[in-house]
Write a protein that binds this ligand. Structure first.
Ligand code: 6GU
Length: 383
């Protein structure tokens, strides 16, 4: 792979030689070319920017130096020009994997308020163009972004990383989950122990524990990454806000009318709640909702009662039932249980075969020894 960088601060890209495997460069597998954009200026001051047409703050990078640089470097068909800009496509592991398939990447690092739009439009006529942002914050220029993108891309190239398995397991790789916590020796450090399960030698248990930790972390820190597979538009499950109360009330009425009919019981609390009660519950419970095409179509909630994570109001819009969304919501609320929780507990209609089946499949056991409202049963599952 050949990498070119166009920048007015070539020294800024010096760390490239530290972060990339020297062997790859020495062997010719990887070629790096950092270019000072000022080489393609012709005035005494090596000017690369000017004031914006139409007025406004800041300076805009002039088109001519970029145009001449593309020509001098022979940028053409088959090459990919990467413009680093906060208004680009957000960079993520998928984009890195895509860029890693290219023969040549040419990074055009913008400074100031941006690059004259005609540079990007022109580049599109001679090569493939990607406009990429590191994230929703503003840097002084695109050099740091080019460094970050380079490091993420180059480590994906075949033969650039020792351990292929660690590529698969790491954060943002195929599983779409954050990484589980890791530990090494010593076993005890400052009175803190390594979790027992990791010392058990039981690889199945270890794998399950790690997966559960990964799901829990992802749910807590990056709920946007947990896409319910049952939803084809990939809508995430998110924490409910006060403004969801009206729709939550509508959803639970629709669902619990069904439940009431199925169980021949009409005193289900969810059926008789007022909007104010739904709002108040949002403060007392952690409630999660999922939307499809803007409509609130699923909910679930949890709260800690001692060391029991009490789960309730698992609801899926009647027209979307039977697609696995309930299972996804249940998995989500389980995953966000706080660390103090030792078991899950929930209540459902004693004659609701569909719910009972779902909960049993998910590992819940019927607990006739525990109290439940009349017509209902309690189920529990150990964490
Ligand atoms: Cl790619 N460039 C600049 N200037 N700021 C950024 C960025 C890029 N990504 C996030 N912020």
């Amino acid at each position: 792979m050949r990498l070119d960088y166009l920048t007015i601060f070539p020294d800024y890209l010096a760390p490239l030689r530290l972060s990339l495997p020297g062997k790859a460069i020495d062997s010719g597998l990887l070629e790096l070319h950092v270019h000072d954009l000022r080489a393609w200026t012709h005035d005494r001051h090596h000017t690369t920017d000017d004031t914006p047409y139409g007025g406004g703050a800041g300076m805009v990078m002039k088109p001519e130096p970029f145009g001449e640089a593309f020509e001098a470097l022979g940028v053409g068909a088959g090459d990919t020009v990467v413009f680093t800009t906060p208004s680009g496509q957000p960079f993520d592991q998928r984009v890195a994997e895509d860029l890693a398939t290219r023969e040549r990447l040419v990074f055009a690092c913008g400074r100031y308020e941006g690059i004259d739009q005609r540079v990007i439009d022109h580049a599109r006529t001679i090569a493939e163009v990607r406009e990429i942002s590191l994230g929703d914050y503003v840097l002084n220029g695109g050099e740091v972004a080019a460094l970050a993108i380079t490091e993420a891309v180059v480590r994906l190239l075949p033969g650039f990383m020792g351990n292929a398995a660690s590529l698969v397991e790491e954060s943002h790789a195929e599983g779409g989950l954050l990484e589980y916590p890791v530990y090494t020796k010593p076993r005890t450090w400052q009175d803190r122990e390594v979790p027992d399960v990791l010392l058990s030698g039981d690889h199945g248990r270890i794998a399950r524990w790690r997966h559960e930790q990964a799901v829990r972390r992802t749910a807590e820190r990056r709920p946007d990454l947990l896409h319910p597979s049952a939803l084809d538009d990939g809508t995430p499950i998110v924490r409910a806000v006060r403004g969801d109360a009206e729709e939550l009330l509508t959803l639970q009425r629709a669902c619990w009318v069904q439940e009431a009919i199925a169980n021949e019981m009409l005193d289900i609390p969810a059926l008789h709640e007022t909007l104010d009660e739904v709002r108040a519950d949002l403060d007392r419970w952690e409630t999660y909702v999922v939307r499809r095409a803007g409509r609130l179509v699923g909910s679930v909630r949890g709260r800690l009662d001692g060391d029991v994570w009490e789960i309730g109001r698992l609801a899926v819009a009647p027209d979307l039932q039977g697609q696995g969304l309930g299972r996804v919501l249940l998995g989500h609320v389980e995953a966000v249980a706080p660390s103090g929780a030792a078991s899950y507990r929930l209540v459902t209609g004693a004659r609701n075969e569909r719910n009972l089946g779902l909960y049993k499949k998910a590992g819940y056991r019927l607990r006739r020894d525990l109290a439940a409202p009349s017509g209902a049963v309690t189920l529990t599952k150990r964490l």
